[in-house]
Design a protein around this ligand. Sequence first.
Ligand SMILES: Cc1cc2nc3c(=O)[nH]c(=O)nc-3n(C[C@H](O)[C@H](O)[C@H](O)COP(=O)(O)OP(=O)(O)OC[C@H]3O[C@@H](n4cnc5c(N)ncnc54)[C@H](O)[C@@H]3O)c2cc1C
Length: 427
Amino acid sequence: MTQSLPGRRPLREGPSTEDRRLPDVVIGAGPYGLSIAAHLRAAGLAVRVFGEVMGSWRHAMATGMFLKSTPNAVDLSVPEPGGRLADFLRVHGEPRLTELTPIPCDVFVRYGQWFQKRYVGEVEPARVAAVERAESGAGCTVRLDDGQEFAARAVVVATGLNGLAHIPEELRRLVPDGPGVHAPVSHTSQHVDLSRYAGRCVAVVGGGQSALESASLLHEAGARTQVLVREADLLWGATPEPARAWPYRLVRPTSPLGAGWILAGVCGAPGGVRRLPPAARLLLFRRALRPSGGWWLRDRVEGVVPVRTSCRVVGAETAGSIVRLDLAGPGGARESVTADHVLAATGYRLDLGAVPFLSPDVRGALRLVRGSKAPHLSASFESTVPGLYFAGSLSAPMFGPMMRFVAGAEFAATRIAHHLARRTAPR
Ligand SMILES: Cc1cc2nc3c(=O)[nH]c(=O)nc-3n(C[C@H](O)[C@H](O)[C@H](O)COP(=O)(O)OP(=O)(O)OC[C@H]3O[C@@H](n4cnc5c(N)ncnc54)[C@H](O)[C@@H]3O)c2cc1C
């Protein structure tokens, strides 16, 4: 199959047997899915890609949000020069971004869409409804939501955090029909337009970037907002100082996830992280990055939006349209607050059980990382179901925290494409 894509040379001809080969399938068209697909197509493999291009960045993030990452940490990956964020900006005559320029989400979405047209080609918007093990034992059977079913040589799951949003039980109990923007409780991933709460009282639960940025957007839109944080203090990222002298950089080396030796280590050698004992890996996964706000957000929150620290939500109830939250503070002190709406900025749980399209048969055959519900993966991101790969956040308990971020896409795409291309070679 030869595809001409706008603005670049045709993708490489595949081997003559290609039409007879089963396709490799990439589920997801976010930064990971697009990077993996770009590598597979550049290797001449037959690939079908499913999902909405940059869908999470368009529908699971509120208007007005910025990336927390710096421009050098959000490049998608393709095995040829020209596909970086800086290239996209240059081609479109847009201003260069520096370490000190927060990237608007909509710029990142346009970058992803440009990358897809240039390096990936066709992405099918259908949703994958089921992935089952093939009866032959090799590869998988994929079923789409329109009922179409086909055999795949390999399936790469790159569906990000979709389906993994976490709301603590105390809040979840208030919404038996599920959280939502019109219900008493919602999750940050359900919002595109926070200005719907203008004039209303909103309690934001959580102390990470999502909580703090949502709180500032709510406040700026005219909502009476307060933030409830478990930790004793808010943590803020340090303002990037790219021009620091080398002795400083020796003490605190930089990495896509921030400065310091641990972060530099986990970003420099994700394959090395995988070889650590499981307990050390999990510790890294849970502790290497604590929830924090981006440096550029600090002025929009501190002294502007009321923040209550050292308080845990231990109970909640509704009275009419009002939600009352019971909070436990230091030494067991109790108090309560009321709000019209509670926004749970309580993150995500990596749980294969919540990935809706994996059949019971596949789930049963997946070995999990000890102490987690994420898949155990080979050095090539392959799970214990032959031909089934996982990339992005679900691979972070194996390869470290970089896989929770766009910065891990190059490593994952390179490894997976290399593995699948090698499997093709003898044909
Ligand atoms: C508020 C917020 C801010 C963030 N900011 C940053 C940041 O600044 N820097 C950073 O590096 N990371 C950030 N992240 C993390 C970010 O989500 C990941 O880095 C990145 O999006 C992961 O890419 P992905 O390709 O794995 O998944 P996603 O970008 O989530 O893409 C998932 C894809 O899967 C598709 N899909 C899902 N289910 C199906 C299905 N059943 N069938 C077909 N397709 C399906 C979707 O349509 C979509 O195309 C942020 C996350 C959040 C929630």
